[in-house]
Design a protein around this ligand. Structure first.
Ligand SMILES: [Zn+2]
Length: 344
């Protein structure tokens, strides 16, 4: 196929956005939101040519569509700094990405990276498993007797091991003002209790792993919970100044309930149990998981009058320069998991 050159009239017309037909302004043109590609065999558009000239707004729509339909986030934020007269681009949150993710490591369960690993671990510790049947459905809890519990869910016949909700018992029980159950996926999926933990009216979703036992209780009857925070990412700072260098404008003690409210109202938003929290370390304990073979840190972080208890994998000390020490400032994205202690 031969690509037809633009004719004279096309060239004299002002450039327009392919999608919304708006005349491109200076920012749209300098931003260069264009894409030109011959399409090859394997696509139903084989032998076609794609020529997109987009305005900034339509480009954002295309990127949002890709991000929302991607298994892994193809967007990475870079920071531009000047070094010896050159501009250098740094990947923002590089350290955060490295530590993303594994809740099992956070409670000293080493080497559980796949369903197969979990099946082996489960079968090697059947003596620690308690099976319950509620309403004809099976659930099992694998406990190490020292605060770690792994929740598995099932059906009438068996428990499925490919989905596990880990939990670790905190030192202190916290009072909650509970609001409602939040179940974004209906009957299949995670169950959150929306609560207020601080004296400020900040709603937070807490994932309740033993929800199956609580299905019939009213959310508002819950008064006390054991809440533990798993990390999505965490940064620790030795001084207010270091903290403000990275997060200027954030209060040293603050919470953003990002799992309850969308950061961007245009994006597809599904509630979850995350929060961004900044606080001060008030205690640190080194722990070991006798079943998992790994050490981890159990840390109390004070924020807005509440001590949030966080579990962090041992490798933290190797990956970070700033130690987990009393008085240091923590910034991070955390997942709240909790069990109901008292209800009326
Ligand atoms: Zn447009």
């Amino acid at each position: 196929m031969i690509y037809k050159e633009k004719n004279f009239n096309d060239r004299t017309k002002p450039p327009r956005c392919t999608m919304c037909n708006k005349i491109l302004n200076e920012f749209d043109i300098n931003g260069d939101f264009s894409y030109h590609k011959w399409i090859g065999y394997g696509s139903r558009y084989d032998e076609n040519r794609l020529d997109l000239e987009l305005c900034g707004e339509c480009f954002d729509k295309v990127v949002s569509f890709i991000v929302n339909n991607s298994a892994s986030n193809p967007l990475k934020e870079y920071d531009e700094r000047q070094e010896n007269g050159y501009f250098v681009r740094y990947l923002v949150n590089k350290e955060e990405e490295q530590i993303m993710g594994n809740d099992f490591d956070s409670i000293g369960l080493k080497h559980i990276n796949s369903t197969e690993d979990m099946v082996n671990f489960y079968n090697n510790h059947l003596g620690c498993v308690n099976e319950t049947i509620v309403g004809g459905e099976k659930y099992s809890i694998l406990s190490n007797g020292e605060g770690m519990e792994l929740f598995f869910y099932g059906d009438s016949e068996k428990v499925w091991l490919n989905y596990c909700e880990p939990y670790y018992k905190p030192e202190q029980t916290v009072s909650v003002i509970s609001k409602k159950w939040v179940r974004p996926d209906g009957n299949n999926g995670q169950n959150y209790l929306q609560v207020q933990l601080t004296e400020y009216d900040i709603p937070l979703n807490v994932c309740v792993p033993d929800f199956y036992k609580l299905k019939d209780i009213k959310a508002k009857s819950v008064k006390k919970m054991d809440v533990i925070c798993f990390i999505n990412y965490i940064n620790v700072y030795q001084s207010e100044e270091d903290f403000q260098n990275d997060y200027s404008g954030f209060a040293r003690e603050s919470i953003i309930p990002c799992g309850v409210f969308p950061a961007n109202p245009n994006k597809n938003f599904k509630q979850d149990n995350t929060m961004i929290m900044n606080g001060k370390i008030v205690w640190v304990k080194e722990k070991e998981n006798i079943l998992g073979g790994g050490k981890f840190f159990h840390v109390g972080v004070e924020c807005l009058g509440v001590v949030f208890e966080i579990v962090i994998e041992e490798d933290f000390t190797q990956d970070y320069n700033t130690p987990l020490e009393i008085g240091n400032i923590v910034h991070g994205l955390f997942k709240l998991v909790g069990k109901v202690v008292t209800q009326i």
